[in-house]
Ligand binder design. Structure first.
Ligand SMILES: Nc1ncnc2c1ncn2[C@@H]1O[C@H](COP(=O)(O)OP(=O)(O)O)[C@@H](O)[C@H]1O
Ligand SMILES: [Mg+2]
Length: 334
């Protein structure tokens, strides 16, 4: 079996305690996961993409044995998350809560050694592993400073290092770039790619679609505790039967734009002329397939194309098309 993580109809309901006020307090349950099923293949970078409150962290916590699911099953590296929790813990390195998972009064090196002890590494292996991670993440210069003196980006990088301590086959990262600036986030993703290339299966949650798009092979889009779509980034985009818009600029004779309008894929065509340059806005049923046809029709009829810009579909568009909401919208139940 190639599934490194298998989730079957996993549900989690929270029963938060309500503060007793002047009014009779009602018990409001939160269904954070609703029968989630998915498979994560060995060796892939799998993305869990969804807005705040979608249930990503809840799923991660169940998979890493920090939370008991209300119902359903899941296996990680072949081990059942409830019945074999110790084996699951040994098979997964996890970055959750970011910098809040570190001891701020300890140095970076001490943190890594401490977590090595929690993973039952023998003392000399703890030190060796700590040095390896400090080297890998270029944290040597900070190694002997207490974490409280680190910048937030440095803390996040060390928290990432903590997930590597037990050198587990599965790496689960919960919004690891959340508080990072752009270059540090890029550096962290580069490390993730390297670790993946060295054989680790990576589960990566994010609410930033561009991040899922650049990093992940397959993505599950999660909303209100449910998987609403799952596939490769390209599959998800293709599943979106949406009109494509292509902008073309150049010296375009009338007969060329008529040829474009006559193409079977073209559903709408708008033309405007400014300073001798014609601008065509072409709406087509399939952007990728239509593009070569557009170019062919134009050049065959004497057009000189100066600029052609297909409008790319993004994962954000997929999410919007399925839910009518944007990914940045907060859907937490309050
Ligand atoms: N300990 C908790 N008690 C009650 N509700 C919770 C708790 N943790 C999370 N939730 C709720 O469960 C839903 C999913 O949250 P979470 O898994 O943190 O989503 P995400 O990580 O995608 O932002 C949200 O509505 C959130 O408010
Ligand atoms: Mg979360």
């Amino acid at each position: 079996m190639d599934a490194e993580v298998r989730v079957e109809r996993l549900s989690k309901t929270y029963y938060p305690k309500q503060r007793k006020g002047l009014f009779k307090s009602e018990r409001r349950e939160v269904q954070a996961l609703r029968e989630v099923s998915l498979e994560i293949r060995r060796g892939e970078i799998f993305g869990l993409l969804g807005p705040n409150g979608a249930g990503k962290t809840t799923l991660i916590k169940c998979l890493t044995t920090l939370l008991l699911p209300t119902s359903g099953d899941a296996w990680l590296h072949g081990y059942h998350i409830v019945e074999q929790e110790n084996l699951v813990r040994a098979a997964v390195g996890c970055m959750l809560m970011g910098e809040r998972g570190l001891y701020w009064k300890l140095t970076g090196r001490e943190n890594l050694i401490f977590f090595g002890a929690l993973y039952h590494l023998p003392p000399k292996d703890r030190r060796r592993r700590a040095e390896e991670i400090l080297g890998l993440l270029h944290l040597q210069d900070l190694a002997d400073r207490t974490v409280e003196t680190y910048s937030s980006g440095q803390k996040m990088m060390l928290a990432f290092g903590k997930a590597l301590v037990n050198d587990a086959p599965v790496l689960i990262l919960d919004e690891p770039t959340n508080t990072l600036d752009v270059p540090s986030a890029r550096e962290l993703r580069a490390h993730v790619r390297e670790l993946n290339a060295s054989g680790k299966t990576v589960v990566y949650t994010t609410h930033i679609m561009a991040e899922a798009e650049t990093l992940c092979e397959r993505v599950a889009i999660i909303d209100h505790g449910q998987v609403i779509d799952l596939g490769t980034v390209d599959e998800l985009k293709r599943s979106l039967q949406r009109d494509h818009v292509t902008h073309i600029e150049g010296i375009i004779p009338e007969r060329a734009s008529q040829a474009v309008a006559a193409l079977p894929q073209v559903t709408k065509l708008a033309t405007s002329v400014a300073n001798g340059t014609t601008r065509l806005t072409v709406v087509s049923s399939d952007g990728r397939a239509a593009l070569p046809r557009l170019i062919e029709a134009l050049t065959a009829h004497g057009a000189l194309i100066q600029n052609i810009a297909p409008e790319e579909i993004t994962l954000e568009d997929v999410f919007v098309a399925k839910t009518g909401r944007s990914l940045t919208e907060d859907t937490r139940v309050r």
